[in-house]
Design a protein around this ligand. Structure first.
Ligand code: NAP
Length: 434
């Protein structure tokens, strides 16, 4: 029997567990550890609450969690409650699937002013992440700005622009729904340091902006190269640019009170305000020979009392695991003997949910090659882990505990919503009678 610990229960963790279960069958026990009693990581805390179809992938993860030989062990923080060396003593291999939960910093003046929040914080706030339940982003001004031209920037801008009615079938948490419903924001400016051809937004997500109830996209055709240049783009990107060109050709809908303004070739220089964010000083850019943003010296101000930076994420370091550039140092997923990384903790924060599948399968193959199914080592696995945690006063939770929490969240749902998430760890534990 082999024992494997997958640290992190987001997409990368579940695909890896699925791959290990397939490779080893009855010859392995796989424990998926999480710091919280609630699984799914990015699916629960990152994917936008109005994108329920993307969240449906958790049904597949449920099947993995319910399969023989796989267990979910929640309420355990690796690196704090138990060290990597201890885990390696208990398990044949440890696979870090801890994602990339922290915001990268812009590194400009004013970034620490109240009113400037990272997308991980803002997304965590509306998605019920306990670390950000008290974020209380300022929504009382008329202007907000989102820095970055990726899908996370789009998520943040869209959430700021939707009406209460548009959140009906979503699982946005109650505190965010109420605050957004009262928000005064009328203009959300999306700042991209390069041009339309360089966006990292995808067509489906961009297309949604054309159908918002109360907000119209505003795009300036002067920012585009001649239309013939679109032919050189790969098909997905060409589709995105076509959507942006359609927005540029359509006057904003006068019946809609809100605007989502795409400001391209706009590099934030500093954020200013009297004790809190009030405006971003931006430098107009152009593309250099290598396609990077080069400042032109022309500056202007973008008003914003809420500034969301959506410029990418980094992973959390874990004591004694080599870490560089926002992720674990690894070669093809291998960090060191019997220690691996998958997903964003391995590659950095790029790609879709599905990108994590081949990633997890590749690492599972490597493990199966290094310790072929049928070869045994009697490491203690879950039993040893539970004993050690108990000796430290830590009570792990299991998959049945999660189902109880989930049932209560579903029972508490607003009409039309799939669930009302608990956002504080003590609420999760009180459902379990602890
Ligand atoms: P991303 O796709 O890497 O986009 C980051 C953006 O930030 C880029 O536009 C980048 O511009 C910009 N940026 C970086 N540093 C900057 C700086 N110093 N100043 C100004 N702008 C800066 O990252 P993401 O949006 O966080 O998304 C992460 C991953 O999750 C992506 O793969 C994304 O597609 C995926 N995702 C998917 C969905 C969905 O499918 N619905 C939703 C959310 C996220 P440059 O290009 O100029 O560097």
């Amino acid at each position: 029997m082999r024992n494997f610990a997958v640290v992190g229960s987001g997409p990368a963790g579940f695909y890896t567990a699925e791959a290990l279960a397939k490779a080893y069958g009855e010859n392995a026990r796989i424990d998926i550890l999480d710091r919280y009693p609630v699984p799914y990581g990015l699916i629960r805390f990152g994917v936008a609450p109005d994108h329920q179809s993307l969240k449906a992938v958790s049904k597949r993860y449920d099947k993995v969690a319910e399969s023989a030989g796989v267990d979910f062990i929640g309420n355990v923080t690796v690196g704090a409650d138990i060290s990597i060396a201890e885990l390696l003593g208990l398990y044949d291999a440890v696979i870090l699937a801890t994602g990339a939960p922290h915001d990268r910093k812009l590194g400009i003046l004013g970034e620490d002013l109240p009113g400037v929040v990272g997308s991980a914080e803002f997304v965590g706030w509306y998605n019920g992440h306990p670390d950000f339940a008290d974020l209380d982003p300022p929504l009382d001004g008329t202007h907000a700005a989102v820095i970055g031209n990726g899908n996370v920037a789009l998520d943040c801008a869209r959430i700021l622009s939707k009406t209460r009615h548009e959140f009906e079938a979503s699982d946005i948490v109650g505190h965010a729904l109420e605050a957004l419903d009262q928000a005064a924001i009328r203009t959300v400016t999306i700042l991209g340091r390069r041009g339309p051809h360089q966006i990292a937004m995808t067509p489906k997500e961009l297309g949604e902006l054309g159908h918002l109830e109360a907000s119209s996209p505003v795009v300036d055709i002067a920012d585009f190269p001649p239309v013939e240049a679109d032919e050189a783009l790969e098909p997905g990107q060409r589709k995105s640019i076509t959507i942006l060109r359609e927005f540029a050709a359509t006057p904003p809908d006068a019946a809609k009170p809100k605007r989502m303004v795409f400001d391209f070739f706009a590099k934030p220089l500093r954020i200013e305000g009297d004790g809190k964010a009030d405006r971003i000083v931006v430098e107009r850019t152009e593309l250099d020979e290598k396609g990077a943003a080069r400042g032109t010296g022309e500056t202007y101000e973008v008003p914003a009392s809420l500034v969301i930076t959506a410029i990418g994420y980094s992973s959390s370091p874990i004591p004694d695991v080599p870490f560089e550039g926002g992720k674990f140092v690894n070669e093809q997923g291998r960090i060191s003997d019997r220690l691996y990384a998958v997903g964003w903790a391995r590659r950095g924060p790029t790609g879709t949910i599905g990108t994590n599948r081949p990633d997890g399968y590749e690492v599972a193959e490597q493990i199966a090659a290094a310790m072929p199914p049928g070869t045994d080592r009697d490491r203690p696995g879950a039993e040893g882990l539970k004993q050690l945690l108990q000796s430290r006063g830590i009570m792990p939770t299991d998959y049945d505990d999660w189902r109880k929490i989930e049932e209560t969240e579903v029972a508490n749902a607003r009409p039309g919503s799939p669930r009302e998430k608990f956002v504080r760890p003590h609420e999760w534990l009180s459902v379990l009678g602890r």
